[in-house]
Write a protein that binds this ligand. Structure first.
Ligand code: DGJ
Length: 707
């Protein structure tokens, strides 16, 4: 079949994000293209992922392969778009399942395709069984990204068991050596940027913790070792998974020159029983290609996050959190005193952390009993909330809804709501157990009690914490106990989603002992993330730079605390936090008058620039992973204003610091910095010199000079 597209490729070129023929599909964003098609044998093969080309006919056609000896059939050598466990492929498949009769081979063939605006659906069907697979592609032209997910439809009369179900497999160009960039961490040291050359074999990153985890992020970026990318140049292929539970990334390189990276639900200890006539969709995977280095890749994700955040347009308030001041020893009088000082500094949102609820005096008890402790708040929380509101601040509250303490009324009423194996001890971490959010009665309980809490109090901010990971993941009464990994997260999303819907103005923070649950899935429910319990600013700079690979500054909560006070001036500690959503978490009673005055000045300074930080584009100018002189910058979308931060820790060499080369400014427009006026191009190429001594920092607000 010859389409209008093939005869006159330029006719539709500038208007359509998806160009389709009967056997090939070209998906184009503003700058990039992703192409797939059917080869002569009918296999759906990935053809191209890179720079957008002038004509549809410029893109390569699907590859063919005859295989390599009797040991490697052709299928395994090709960049198959969605490989299943079948035949003699031996590569990492995206789908593995067992049919009711025990057959474990899934042989798919092309059925049909449908294009509607920005959406492409490719329907595949099993050659024997009543099984269908739909590959979904959503082209996000303006942010230069592609959303992908997959649906499996069991159209037969018997259940099947799905054992692996990835959202996508990606194929950067063949015959190149790639570096894998990823984020690794632990509690107090999340999102540390890692780079490694992919060798032959398979590299696996994953979470087995029922949550995203501090250990890795479901994200990768690849660049080509022979033409390495930098922050501003070079080709980068990247993707992230929107999922807050167990996930897996496999990066496989073969001797035949293929590199394939898969992302999806973790298949470790996993099984999904898909009943007759039922369908299941995978989480979304968001992918992109940048021809302008890692910075542009991050900004594409930052743009994407604005499209999923519940409140992308809202200016985030400067908050005070009393945890590090009072820990579990909270009461109305003490919190009011802190609130008064916070108000004087310019804080707009006062957050009461752990310790406020029934019988909570330490981490030994009380989780699950979400009503105010009578000994600390004899008349409930409302008197405190009213005083905070009277001071002109909003009120926020800490919760850890997924947890239960053995010493709690909830546990005594429902010991079986806890995730456990009946014959095994229930491992406690931080003296707490996990509620099984896969169960609808647990979800309903949480929705009921938290809804009531929000209805009865003027709470505008919730910090949703999660301080342990799963163990003994039993759910034996369920027909497929291994579904717990999936159903728990679905339950979490249901609880959070319902509460969001009922209380749409509340701002939610996702915290899991810091950054244990930061991902593109949770950001559809949480407006912001507490990215680490580590608040020592030099370490925090690294965590923040890692976090910025994927997530934007208007999701990144950052508090000034006493960590680092011995070796860093208050201004440095503030500047680090001002590069995100400024908060204060110190014991304000311990600050001197001078410190209070400095904090007041810096909070005021933040308020004058936060529109640039929270809504602008971010540029990493000098990496903290490379140098003890680091810098980053935010530029408003209209390029009229910018904010630069520069930090110097210890540099023994007394020579002058190198110039900082600014980015994101309009080249011919004049900008003033510290009394010097230059074009955007000059600030980029000549650069900006700053004079910093060891352990000092600077924040500069740049404005366009109006002609
Ligand atoms: C861990 C969080 O990361 C802290 O900020 C604090 O909220 C504690 N939990 C409270 O238990």
């Amino acid at each position: 079949m010859v389409t209008a597209l093939e005869t006159d490729p330029l006719a539709l070129y500038f208007f359509m994000p998806i160009h389709a023929t009967a056997t090939a599909w070209v998906l184009e964003t503003n700058q990039t293209a992703y192409v797939l098609g059917l080869n002569a044998k009918g296999m759906l093969v990935h053809c191209y992922w890179g720079v957008k080309l002038p004509r549809v006919s410029d893109y390569p056609v699907p590859a063919e392969s005859e295989g390599w000896s009797s040991f490697n059939a052709g299928g395994g050598l090709l960049p198959e778009e969605f490989p299943t466990y079948a035949g003699a492929k031996y590569i990492e498949p995206c789908l593995k399942l067992t049919f009711a009769d025990g057959v474990r081979d899934t042989v798919l063939e092309f059925d049909s395709a449908k294009v509607e605006g920005n959406e492409l659906q490719i329907h595949l069907r099993d050659t024997f069984y009543a099984l269908r697979i739909t590959l979904h592609y959503h082209v996000l032209e303006n942010v230069d990204l592609l959303e992908r997910f997959v649906t499996v439809h069991n159209q037969s009369d018997t259940a099947i068991t799905v054992e692996r179900f990835f959202s996508a497999q990606f194929h950067p160009p063949l015959h190149s050596n790639y570096r894998l960039h990823h984020l690794a961490g632990a509690w107090l040291k999340e999102t540390q940027v890692q780079h490694e050359t992919l060798g032959i074999g398979t590299k696996v990153l994953e979470s087995r913790r029922i949550t995203t985890g501090h250990q890795h992020q479901p994200w990768f970026a690849l660049d080509n070792l022979e033409q390495p990318a930098t922050e501003t140049t070079g080709h980068v292929w990247f993707a992230a998974l929107a999922w807050s539970g167990n996930w897996k990334l496999t990066a496989e390189k073969t001797i035949f020159g293929g590199t394939r990276v898969s992302l999806g639900l973790n298949d470790w200890d996993f099984a999904l029983r898909l009943e007759a006539k039922r369908s299941f969709s995978s989480p979304k995977c968001i992918a992109g290609f940048s021809s302008a280095g890692f910075g542009a890749a991050s900004r594409a994700f930052h743009g994407y996050v604005q499209t999923i955040l519940p409140h992308p347009e809202i200016t985030r308030k400067v908050l005070y959190n009393s945890w590090e001041a009072t820990a579990f020893h909270v009461n109305e009088a003490d919190q009011v005193k802190l609130a008064e000082i916070a108000k004087g500094i310019g804080v707009e949102l006062f957050v009461l952390d752990d310790g406020w609820f029934h019988n909570r005096h330490s981490d030994n008890a009380a989780l699950g009993d979400w009503w105010a402790d009578k000994s600390k708040f004899p008349n409930g929380l409302n008197p405190l909330i009213e005083k905070v509101n009277a001071l002109g601040m909003d009120f926020g509250l800490w919760l850890e809804p997924e947890m239960v303490s053995v010493d709690s009324e909830l546990y005594h009423a429902h010991p079986d709501w806890v995730i456990h194996f009946p014959t095994r001890a229930r491992t406690e971490m931080r003296n707490q157990l996990m509620l099984n959010l896969a169960k609808s009665e647990v979800q309903d309980y949480l929705i009921g009690i938290l809804d009531k809490l929000l209805e009865q109090h003027n709470i505008t901010f919730i910090k949703w914490d999660m301080n342990r990971n799963v163990s003994e993941p039993g759910w034996l009464e369920h027909h497929e106990p291994k579904e717990i990994w999936l159903r728990y997260v679905e339950g979490l999303y249901r609880v959070w989603g319902t509460l969001r819907q009922r209380h749409p103005d509340v701002i939610w923070q996702s915290c899991s002992g810091g950054g244990g649950r930061a991902d593109l899935g949770i950001l559809q429910f949480a407006d912001q993330i507490w990215i680490s319990d580590m608040t020592e600013p030099t370490m925090r700079l690294r965590i923040q730079e890692g976090y910025s690979q994927i997530y934007p500054a208007n999701t990144m909560e950052a508090w000034v605390t006493d960590m680092g006070a011995k070796h860093l001036p208050l201004e440095f500690r503030f500047h680090v936090s001002m590069a995100g959503l400024l908060g204060i978490g110190t014991n304000l009673h311990h600050w001197s008058e001078t410190e209070i005055a400095t904090a007041t000045r810096l909070v005021q300074a933040y308020k004058t620039v936060r529109h640039v930080i929270q809504f602008g584009n971010q540029y990493r100018l000098r990496s903290v992973f490379i140098s003890n002189f680091s810098s980053l910058m935010y530029v408003t979308k209209d390029q009229s204003e910018a904010v630069i931060f520069a930090f110097r820790t210890h540099i023994p060499d007394p020579v002058k610091l190198p110039a900082i080369h600014l980015q994101g400014l309009e080249p011919t427009t004049q900008y003033e910095i510290n009394g010097t006026i230059r074009s955007g191009s000059a600030w980029q190429h000549v650069g900006l010199e700053v004079n910093l001594t060891d352990f000092s920092s600077v924040m500069l607000h740049i404005k366009r000079v109006e002609p």
